[in-house]
Design a protein. Structure first.
Length: 411
């Protein structure tokens, strides 16, 4: 019950932010649109004069700052975190810096955003303010018209139809605001963030850093386990064998009872060492993947405390590194279902074909899962990004939760 209340408050905060963004859309849209159009108009007029290029340079620098303000506004009110573009390069020399500003795609994209944002802002203001006022006018139409007109007025079809029409318009306002918010989020992602090539470079750099950090941590754990576990077991085994050798070299008759005890101890130490090595190698490459995902995923779901239905369509076998990433992704998602969802059942779907591997885990739990919400999804998204994969989460309050991963079958 407490979690449901938190989810409702979060939902109300999002809806309130969408309404505030729509109300502010008109003044901000007008100011931004006027700025962008003035820059373009004056830039064309002054392009043949000495003041033309300095004016454009200053205006484009201002556009970058305006883009930062709009990114913060979108993040605060629409809960859409748009990554900031890379900083403007600063080459040596005044002419070189001016050329860098004039050819800056980020600033020109901000100007385009301001131009497109103007009509969206007008429509958003009408949806947030105009439609509710119009709906209230229609709902109270029988009262308003009698208040404004003196004398008695018969109750007609217009009075009867105005009320339900007003209620329908009022009910359509939230859906209209949500649609406009989706459009504004898409526009901000497209024009206020980094250029696609820049974003791709940033994603690859982040994925490489994550992969290197994970591999380094894994090697350190392996080294520690070998040093503290396997090496100590082998030393103990060597000592036991040395004691057995000393017993055999006894000039008198060998103590068979002591020898049997030492041999039994050595056999047990050998078994423990082999078991430890198997555990270590299982962490490097799961033995279940020897037969591919078609054999590994059903075995993984069989160990889940939540009943899991499995649907597989694996027409091609991906590379080993991709199989390992998908396997550990499925294991993490099923662990999240068991620990955090309160689900009664789940479904795992995996397909491989057309150069893509797709994994989907769906549960009928309480919902509310999100990347960065503390269920390990952020780390999972980073690990998938290291193999050029994408993680998507759809988990409204109350459920169901659908988490899907898509990775290329070949790197």
């Amino acid at each position: 019950m407490r979690w449901t209340a938190v989810g409702r408050r979060r939902l109300l905060a999002v809806r309130g932010g969408e309404t505030a963004f729509a109300v502010l859309g008109l003044p901000l849209g007008v100011l931004g649109g006027v700025y962008a159009l003035a820059v373009l108009y004056a830039g064309v007029l002054l392009s043949l004069t000495v003041l033309g290029l300095p004016f454009l340079v200053a205006a484009l620098l201002g556009a970058r700052r305006i883009g930062g303000l709009h990114r913060r506004l979108v993040a605060r009110l629409l809960a859409e975190a748009v990554p900031a573009p890379p900083p403007l390069p600063r080459p040596s020399g005044v002419l070189a810096r001016g050329r860098a500003v004039l050819t800056d795609p980020v600033a020109w994209r901000v100007l385009l955003y301001l131009v497109v944002r103007l009509p969206l802002g007008v429509v958003g203001f009408l949806a947030a303010v105009g439609l509710p006022l119009g709906a209230l006018w229609l709902v109270g139409f029988p009262f308003w018209v009698r208040l404004m007109e003196p004398g008695p007025r018969p109750f007609g079809w217009l009075d009867l139809g105005a009320v339900p029409v007003g209620l329908l318009v009022l009910a359509a306002v939230p859906a209209g605001l949500r649609a406009l918010s989706r459009a504004n989020r898409a526009l901000a992602r497209t024009l206020l963030g980094p250029v696609r090539s820049q974003q791709r470079v940033r994603e690859l750099e982040s994925a490489r850093a994550t992969l290197l950090a994970e591999n380094t941590d894994r090697l350190r754990r392996l080294e520690r386990d070998l040093h503290d576990g396997t090496q100590a077991q082998l030393v103990a085994l060597a000592i036991t064998l040395s004691l057995a050798d000393d017993a055999l070299l006894d000039p008198g008759a060998p103590d068979l009872g002591r020898l049997r005890t030492l041999v039994d101890r050595a056999r047990g130490q050998t078994d423990d060492t082999i078991a430890g090595l198997r555990r270590l190698t299982r962490g490097i490459h799961p033995v279940a993947l020897d037969g591919g995902l078609a054999e590994a995923l059903p075995g993984l779901t069989a160990t889940s405390p939540v009943p899991v239905a499995v649907r597989l369509d694996l027409r091609e076998r991906p590379e080993e590194v991709i199989e390992r990433a998908v396997y550990f992704c499925a294991a993490e998602l099923l662990t999240n279902v068991a620990k955090h969802s309160d689900a009664r059942s789940a479904e795992l779907t995996a397909s491989a074909g057309d150069g893509k591997v797709r994994l989907t885990v769906r549960d009928d739990g309480r919902g509310g899962a999100a990347i960065g919400a503390g269920t390990g999804l952020a780390g999972l998204a980073e690990r998938l990004a290291a193999v050029d994969g994408v993680l998507r989460v759809d988990s409204p309050p109350g459920g169901p939760t659908v988490v899907s991963a898509e990775v290329p079958s070949r790197l």
